[in-house]
Ligand binder design. Structure first.
Ligand SMILES: [Zn+2]
Length: 642
């Protein structure tokens, strides 16, 4: 059986529905899995639920429920969340399933027999919410050192079974050294190396049996520690000790993803040591990604600020009028594009809507709508004959950069490459002015321009499919290419629209704050004809040199070290700009967000306090202070002022 590309997420505690922080891992894992499928690589994607935590049992008892019934319902609601986010997993493991429990017990027994597990007395500081023992030296102000927890710990002395982790420190360090991309990102790898170099202590891997958990084989008064139990899911689900063919086709895992909180101690130390003890290969890559904050604050239940992806999608759908399917895709897109995978990210509805308007309504939506609009006006909606597309270099460049990004586990770089291509497509249409070609009856050139634009849209639809599966399908449908699963190798082909059905244009990303739906942008008027020059005045051509545009402020933030300056993110219709403006003494940042302003768009960019300001906003001043200029009634961002 050939080896599949095997991707895992951690299995989740079933105590709560996922917010964007923990849904992030699963969404990104799904993007990688779909990327494999797009490339024609057999892929296997595992997720699941971790159900043996003592706090799960406690929560069940407090609700008067049987723990098993309780976890059954919670696990089902987890599956529903993933289904609602279009997560296409291949297997979902629950640690309460026999296929898992049997393997955990067999492994325990084997390691006990071979001496990697032994029985001893342990005295240590125990944090019961974290279910972890700590050394006295690890405590922070006498409390749990986990920064997410910091609760009081108890001194506990008990007889337990131990995993001989201390025996694996040198082997782990040697393995990490010899496999430079085993642990990523680099900064977290260094944390792991530091942790191991401090010296590893044996880990207590049993607890008193209170009726919940996997019993220790032959010593039923104890259950197996939840982390020892949980980590084994990655191999029990893969058929270890139960299905040799399945196991050969999956193990070692190619990519194991998790948040940074469970990276160092559990996944990069304990887990590989367990695998070494079992004489199994280690996973190819373990990546500990960063955390999301919301409006700069930690996501926490007590703050009540946790946003779920479903909620983000629903709010976007209500605000913009985009379909629920597309809105869900936008959440996936945002999470993948907004931050570099690995580092922390900050979510705000402002940046979420900002990206929607700029990247999707403007860039991608505009390319699609204007092209299909022109196809209908200039070619009766018929697809042009195939030719040598004029944007093939841009498409190939995007393909190369996209693959480079995905192979480096940097999905945002892959998406950057797609958007570079999309923007090249928009610029191409602007430069080629098909409306002019139509007017002058230059049919062949017009056909080539239309074909090239359509080929670029089709390429974009295929490339975004791992991130935005519903949107990809919708775009292909509008191009008359429904029902054909398209692979990476189909992106450039001799006749991409062979046997295509009817083309149907329907805006996918209605602009937020625009008048209903996104529209085809009208061709720009040419610079006015020269007029007579009068010496004491500037000529109309001089005025025409100023590219004055309506912009909409998407966000405003202070620039460190500058009292007066705001760094504005401004929607200019076809693009989003960063503009520095000395408005801080006169306006609150919140007041400015959402306001329409007047921007000199073609002012030479300059660097102010380390920020490149690309344009200038106009304002006037009298004795009452400074007021910025704003159109009298709403004008779409990007509207030209003349
Ligand atoms: Zn704790």
């Amino acid at each position: 059986m050939s080896k599949k590309n095997y991707i895992t997420t951690p299995i989740y505690y079933v105590n709560d529905v996922p917010h964007i922080g923990n849904a992030y891992t699963t969404i990104i894992a799904d993007c990688f899995s779909r990327y494999n499928k797009l490339m024609g690589v057999p892929s296997f994607f595992l997720t699941g639920t971790d159900e043996h935590a003592t706090k799960v049992a406690a929560a069940a008892h407090s609700k008067g429920l049987d723990p098993k019934d309780f976890v059954d319902s919670l696990s089902a609601s987890f599956r529903k969340v993933w289904q609602d986010l279009d997560i296409e997993y291949d297997d979902f493991i629950r640690t309460t399933e026999p296929r898992h429990k049997d393997v955990v017990q067999a492994i325990f027994k084997q390691l006990l027999d071979q001496g990697d597990i032994y029985k001893g007395t342990y005295k240590g500081w125990y944090c019961s919410p974290c279910e972890t023992f700590f050394l006295e030296s690890e405590l922070v102000d006498g409390c749990c050192p986990n920064p997410e927890c910091r609760r009081p710990v108890q001194l506990v002395e008990e007889e337990n079974y131990y995993f001989r982790l201390s025996a694996y420190g040198d082997r782990l360090l040697a393995y990490i050294r010899e496999h430079p991309d085993f642990l990523m990102p680099e900064s977290r790898k260094n944390e792991v190396v530091g942790f191991i170099k401090q010296g590893l202590k044996d880990v207590s891997i049993t607890r008193r049996n209170t009726g919940w958990g996997i019993p220790v084989p032959g010593d039923e008064g104890m259950v197996i520690y939840v982390w020892f139990d949980a980590l084994i899911n990655y191999i029990s689900a893969a058929g270890y000790l139960s299905d040799a063919d399945r196991f050969t086709s999956l193990w070692p895992a190619d990519l194991q993803l998790m948040g940074k909180d469970i990276f160092v101690r559990f996944h990069s130390t304990f887990w590989p040591a367990m695998l070494m003890a079992l004489n199994l290969e280690l996973p190819k890559h373990l990546i500990g990604h960063g955390f999301w904050t919301i409006d700069g604050e930690k996501i926490s239940k007590s703050k009540g600020n946790a946003v779920s992806p479903a909620q983000m999608a629903q709010e976007l759908s209500e605000k913009s009028g985009a379909s629920p399917e597309v809105s869900r895709d936008v959440v996936r897109y945002y999470l993948a594009r907004e931050t570099t995978f690995g580092v922390d990210g900050d979510f705000s509805f402002d940046t979420f809507y900002g990206r929607y308007n700029s990247d999707l309504a403007n860039d991608l939506g505009n390319l699609l709508n204007r092209t299909l609009g022109m196809l209908s006006s200039y070619n009766d909606g018929k697809l042009p004959a195939p030719c040598q597309g004029e944007l093939r270099k841009e498409i190939c460049d995007a393909q190369t950069a996209y693959v480079r990004g995905m192979e480096a586990f940097a999905p945002n770089q892959a998406l950057d490459a797609v958007w570079t291509m999309i923007n090249a497509g928009n610029k191409f249409i602007q430069d080629k002015a098909p409306w002019q070609l139509k007017k002058e009856g230059r049919k062949e050139e017009l056909g080539s321009v239309m074909f090239s634009a359509l080929e670029t849209i089709r390429a974009a639809a295929i490339m975004i499919s791992p991130f935005m599966p519903n949107t990809s399908k919708e775009i292909l449908k509008q191009l008359g290419l429904s029902g054909r699963p398209l692979l990476w190798d189909d992106i450039i082909c001799s006749d991409p629209f062979e046997n295509a059905g009817e083309v149907k244009a329907q805006p996918i990303f209605p602009r937020i704050g625009g008048k209903g739906q996104a529209k085809e942008t009208k061709p720009e008027k040419q610079a006015p004809a020269a007029e007579e020059k009068k010496e004491e005045y500037i000529s109309i051509e001089d005025f025409a040199k100023l590219d004055l545009r309506v912009g909409k402020i998407l966000s405003a933030e202070r620039i460190e070290g500058a009292d007066k300056l705001y760094k504005l993110t401004v929607d200019l219709g076809s693009e989003t700009r960063t503009i520095c403006a000395g408005m801080a003494p006169f306006y609150e940042a919140d007041y400015m967000v959402g306001k329409s302003i007047v921007v000199i768009a073609n002012l030479q960019p300059r660097k102010i306090r380390g920020v490149v300001s690309h344009g200038m906003m106009l304002a006037g001043e009298d004795e009452n202070g400074v007021k910025f200029l704003s159109p009298e009634a709403e004008l779409a961002p990007g509207s030209k002022i003349r």
